[in-house]
Design a protein around this ligand. Structure first.
Ligand SMILES: Nc1ncnc2c1ncn2[C@@H]1O[C@H](COP(=O)(O)OP(=O)(O)OP(=O)(O)O)[C@@H](O)[C@H]1O
Length: 257
């Protein structure tokens, strides 16, 4: 039996209108993310990685081609898709728990007791038990990013879209957050599309790494990462991990040369 396609891009092109004319961000993008697969997307700056994520989320419609989620074209943001951005953009005046339940308030205009219990459970899962009533400004950058992840998980989405979620964090926190994300993903499997600039982060976390060309972006490499799970700090010392990283580095450097 073949795995179910969660997200698929078929011959997708994206052209933006700009003040001086038009800009072709993507051309002929074909990719499929299977259900519960963790896929990382690497590529040079400006090649259209965030655009891919906005297309998958329904925040943007493709100029040409089709983007489907579970076999249907995406036309608008959906409850079964959670998004995590580089900065968590929390409501500064609302406490952590209220930030996490915000999607329910946004959708229905009200928040139930169960919603709050659910938010508390998710906050505990991301290591923030005891911080529910704090304001975002009282938390470190890493903790705020955890709140952003908790908010994205709140609706228990099948799909998690992550746009450089850890790039604003220091190196150690970044690694820890990556492994935490893997633990959450292993406990409650989801389809993850993870945009990153870090080759080692992509290899460490993903089942598959897609590499985009420079703009207009298209997929130039589709690399399956056969490293055992669960993965942790020791995975970083795996010889095979280094081989994957150097292959990808070579590919990206060659194209940049
Ligand atoms: N709404 C828009 N209007 C005009 N141009 C846009 C718009 N959104 C993105 N672009 C352009 O499309 C190209 C791709 O942008 P995108 O943000 O997807 O790239 P990226 O690969 O995520 O970049 P980075 O790695 O630097 O974050 C860029 O040249 C960007 O300036």
């Amino acid at each position: 039996m073949t795995a179910q396609a969660a997200i698929s891009f078929s011959n997708v092109g994206q052209v933006f209108r700009t003040a001086t004319g038009s800009l072709e961000a993507l051309r002929g993008v074909d990719m499929t993310l299977h259900r519960h697969e963790f896929v990382a997307v690497l590529g040079p700056s400006g090649c259209g990685k965030s655009t891919l994520l906005r297309l998958a989320s329904g925040l943007l419609s493709p100029t040409s081609g089709t983007v489907e989620v579970f076999g249907l074209p995406v036309r608008e943001p959906r409850d079964d898709i959670g998004i995590v951005f580089q900065k968590p953009t929390l409501l500064p005046w609302a406490n952590i728990e209220d930030n996490v339940v915000f999607p329910a308030r946004h959708k229905t205009g009200r928040v139930s007791k169960d919603d709050h219990l659910q938010a508390q459970a998710i906050l505990a899962r991301v290591g923030l038990a005891g911080f529910e009533k704090r304001l975002p400004s009282e938390l470190s950058g890493g903790m705020q990013q955890r709140v952003g992840i908790a908010r994205a998980l709140f609706m228990n989405p099948d799909i998690l879209l992550m746009d450089e979620p850890f790039s604003a964090l220091d190196a150690l926190t970044r690694d820890e957050m990556g492994f935490e994300l893997l633990r959450l993903w292993e406990a409650q499997p989801k389809t993850v599309m993870f945009i990153t600039h870090s080759i080692s982060e992509a290899v460490l976390l993903a089942d598959r790494v897609l590499v985009m060309s420079e703009r207009p972006g298209r997929v130039i490499e589709n690399l399956r990462i056969d490293l055992p799970r669960p993965r942790g700090f020791e995975t970083a010392n795996n010889k095979v991990m280094h081989d994957y990283v150097s292959h990808l580095r070579g590919l990206l450097l060659k194209r940049a040369a």
